[in-house]
Design a protein around this ligand. Sequence first.
Ligand code: FAD
Length: 310
Amino acid sequence: MSALVIAEHDHATVKPATLNTVTAALACGGEVHVLVAGANAAEAGKAAAQIAGVTKVIVADSPSLAENLAENVAAQVLAIAGNYSHILFPSTANGKNVAPRVAAKLDVAQISDITAVVSADTFERPIYAGNAIATVQSTDATKVITVRTTGFDAAAATGGSASVETAEGVADSGKSAFVGREVTKSERPELTAAKIIVSGGRALGSAEKFQEVMAPLADKLNAGLGASRAAVDAGYAPNDWQVGQTGKIVAPQLYIAAGISGAIQHLAGMKDSKVIVAINKDEEAPIFSVADYGLVADLFVAVPELVKAL
Ligand SMILES: Cc1cc2nc3c(=O)[nH]c(=O)nc-3n(C[C@H](O)[C@H](O)[C@H](O)COP(=O)(O)OP(=O)(O)OC[C@H]3O[C@@H](n4cnc5c(N)ncnc54)[C@H](O)[C@@H]3O)c2cc1C
């Protein structure tokens, strides 16, 4: 029995989500191998070999894998899938794009978004926006799994000494082609990797106010900026800042929610944060039910004061 983790990487480095996925794979009980499917990805392969607990890294290098096209990555996984009892992807946009293709081709049920490994065939996953935890047992020969990274600690990025093998890269499927990529460049930490997140809600009232009030606090704390869906839908904050059931799932050390009511769909994305601070002028706001520290106050007064005090 061994598990294959599909690395999230940029061809040179391995992204943190891979480390949490390795921890989940180790909990399945067997050896853990990592597939780095990329182009000129030897450096990412070397980085993966350092991850504690990993015994083998397979680097598949091909121009067809340069842009992470899901059809090609899925074909690469399927080329070696027969050797594994478990195939685990981080539950990221990339992982969620490839895993269902692999599960369908293997004719197995995908086990999505697991937060705990009970045993090699039994897993926990949140349902109903995190209000219930389902325990799922799979009798499929191969378990194709996506891993909610906030459910597992990150494996140590160094200290391992896995062997590195190369695998023949797959040919281009021809089913999709890379056209272009628009990447938001930000000095701030990426939301899912940020240790501190400062999040604003509908109460901010405009994009200008959102920047004026929330950005200085984020700057002071070197925090990622998040938002509720209401703030995103109103155009106060970009889409990729949305935290929640239909946004990003985060679990930073500190989550500060200002002017966010705490609807269950928002809580589903942040309630596993280690320390939650809520600022809301309504003392009945549901956000206070999950907050470790609550401040009943007008955020337009409280947040600038906080910035001044820091
Ligand atoms: C299928 C589905 C998926 C969803 N997914 C998500 C999701 O991923 N993420 C998400 O966030 N939501 C999601 N929602 C929306 C969710 O239900 C709420 O509508 C949304 O979270 C509300 O955002 P909000 O708290 O910013 O706004 P509101 O609910 O309007 O709350 C604003 C809060 O600000 C407070 N306030 C107002 N003025 C001030 C002030 N001056 N100072 C301090 N406090 C003030 C108010 O007391 C209030 O509590 C989803 C909904 C559905 C149906």
